[in-house]
Design a protein. Structure first.
Length: 364
């Protein structure tokens, strides 16, 4: 059974600006970043000689970081964060691989990492599919540790840094329960049909729908976490339900798609409706800043990337027992108008948002 650790630290990279990453061919890495030492008042990444296994002094570890698809905004943020946080350690080198949303490419990239002698693999799987046989072989036969990011590996050998999906849904639901008006009529945008989405919706159900029986749900549909799908769905809903009070969305991609549909229709003022979301993407934060979203709940790709790389490096250095897989849960954070500036600055620092983005929108 895996040991579960609640991680409460938050490391912010405030000055590192790297070039954006572009997708490559299936067997080619997208980018490589050599780590450099970064020390802060709260954390030092130096490794003492007493903790390092014999023969590791001066060694640089090569880590393959596989992301789901850089055509998706959250995965692009994760990819950029992997490259950024390679610089937090002086003894790792990170190579980025893009699975382009294809489970077959995820498997191929894992095999490529094995063939090319990478020391560890951090992977955001392209879909919920069974990798237990592959990962077990890589860990047990090849001796290469695997850290699954933003998804459960669901095996007994991989370390995990998953999204706390239930907590994300619960945090959004609690805020909506406090702020939606009595008897509000709402629309709900769900993601794709899988266990993770179900957990996210369960958190919403228990914190909002079960607690506020006065609410009337006009529609509740799956838009697969896609901006374009949610936009088309919202365009239809505006025709069917011209009178509603709120939208609850399980992702920023869907909520921003709904916002675009509302803008295009030009029949509803954002002051008259309340929209709630999850992810804490740059676009979501800007929508909060503009008053289009009441909140978004942070699914922290930056911290997940850091925790995954640190975990992989600590396993290789012998500071974490590689035979006792651990699950690290990254805390959720509610983003509202009161604190959104802080998160916009983080996105700028991470290189996923232009420094003058707020100025371009005419916001203070």
């Amino acid at each position: 059974m895996k040991r579960i650790t609640k991680n409460v630290s938050l490391l912010l990279t405030v000055s590192l600006m790297l070039a954006g990453c572009s997708g490559q061919q299936a067997s080619e890495p997208a980018a490589t970043q050599k780590g450099q030492t970064v020390e802060t008042e709260t954390q030092t990444n130096a490794v003492t000689e007493s903790t390092a296994p014999e023969g590791t002094e001066g060694k640089t570890y090569r880590i393959a970081a596989i992301v789901k698809s850089q055509s998706e905004i959250w995965a692009t943020w994760l990819a950029q964060s992997f490259l950024n946080h390679a610089n937090d350690f002086d003894n790792i080198e990170v190579t980025l691989f893009d699975a382009q949303g294809d489970p077959t490419l995820t498997v191929q990239h894992v095999e490529t990492a094995v063939t090319n002698g990478y020391d560890a693999i951090c992977v955001q799987k392209a879909a919920v599919f069974d990798t237990s046989e592959l990962f077990t072989r890589v860990v047990r036969e090849e001796g290469i540790p695997i850290v699954a990011v933003n998804i459960l590996a669901e095996d007994d050998v991989s370390f995990e840094v998953p999204a706390p999906n239930y907590d994300l849904g619960r945090a959004m639901g609690e805020y909506a329960a406090e702020t939606l008006p009595q008897g509000a009529k709402i629309l709900i945008l769900r993601g794709n049909v899988n266990t993770m989405e179900t957990e996210r919706f369960q958190g919403l159900q228990e914190s909002l729908l079960d607690k506020r029986p006065d609410l009337k749900v006009l529609a509740c549909e799956h838009a697969d976490y896609k901006r374009e799908t949610a936009m088309a769905m919202m365009e239809d809903w505006l025709q069917i339900y011209p009178d509603f009070d709120g939208i609850v969305s399980l992702s920023d991609s869907m909520s921003t798609g709904a916002i675009e549909a509302i803008k295009g229709a030009g029949t509803i003022d954002f002051d008259d409706i309340q929209i709630y979301s999850i992810d804490g993407l740059a676009d979501g934060c800007l929508a909060v800043k503009q008053g289009q979203l009441e909140c978004t709940v942070l699914q922290n790709a930056d911290q997940m990337a850091y925790e995954a790389l640190k975990l992989a490096r600590d396993i290789l250095m012998g500071e974490v027992n590689g035979n006792e897989p651990t699950t690290i849960l990254v805390p959720t954070e509610l983003i509202t108008a009161d604190n959104v500036d802080e998160y916009i600055e983080q996105h700028i620092a991470n290189g996923v948002l232009e420094a003058d983005a707020v100025e371009k929108l005419g916001l203070e």
